[in-house]
Design a protein around this ligand. Sequence first.
Ligand code: C2E
Ligand code: MG
Ligand code: MG
Length: 307
Amino acid sequence: NLPCTIGITLFPKDGKSPQVLLKNADAALRQAFREGVSVRPYSEDLSQVARHRLAIEQGLKQALDDGEFSLNFQPKVNTITGKPIATEVLLRWLNKGKWISPAEFIPISEESGIITEIGEWVLTQACQQWIRWAEQGLNPHPMAVNVSAQQFIQSGFVQRVAQILQQTGMPATKLDLEITEEVASEYPKKVIKTMSKLKQLGIHIVIDDFGTGYSSLSYLSRFPIDTLKIDQSFVSKMENSESDAAIVRMIMSLAKELNLKVIAEGVETEKQRQILVDLGCDYIQGFYFYQPLNSQQYQALLTQQVN
Ligand code: C2E
Ligand code: MG
Ligand code: MG
């Protein structure tokens, strides 16, 4: 079963030369991929989208050299006590005085391939930061770094991670890697292999955005993972939607059967926290407890904890 995707341009409406027609057909094709459809006719707004994306893509190439990236840290907490037990590293990009959301630039960096470089930068910085805090006696929590599909399935990824751990001195057991369920379900065999090697190093694996990626259950039981992170779309709707609440309950019992920990993300209210307590969800993350913090803010939190 060969998949096929088509971008369509019409002469003369969408271009008067073969070059322009092909360029626009290509833009339509890329949009088809993003929308997950197999046929996409070109439309005028696509060239605007394409221009915007191109600007971001070019900006990204410069961003590493110009020091425009920084890291934020969002604590994950114990559902009952509210005490931080770990932290997630979230990338931030300040481009010409404007913050650009990772939800916007990460997909573009994946498409352009620059994510590998960015991902290695994030991991290296995160590990270096962790070590600096440890050296200051701040007893930093385990740290979770997001890894994108392209990085995760690249050959040599595990060696690169091992190298970074060695170079920075970061203990593998303090590092979690978050990979989205979508990646895991798209490339299950490759992913199981890579996960197993990472686990051998002592790294913990978290499946991010769980519930959105259609993992087959047979694969799920074979993933050598530690934690499922319930996607925030279910958490935000579970108060008012019985079907979303049912999915959360189902994930909780599935995790129990498979002996996995569960964390819920995007918790914004006391009511959501309470529901998760009742369901036996041990860990949560969300604005209700902490926004993503910059490194000074997070360091202040660590300092407070030690004293
Ligand atoms: P994610 O890994 O699922 O991260 C959770 C996102 O939800 C973060 O958005 C976080 O700021 C936000 N969030 C946390 N608590 C709440 C809440 O209570 N309510 C709401 N509405 N949102 C909350 P952010 O930082 O914009 O990141 C978006 C996505 O970008 C991340 O989703 C992750 O997939 C990706 N990303 C961020 N940093 C990196 C990175 O270093 N590498 C890779 N590959 N992806 C990254
Ligand atoms: Mg994440
Ligand atoms: Mg998520």
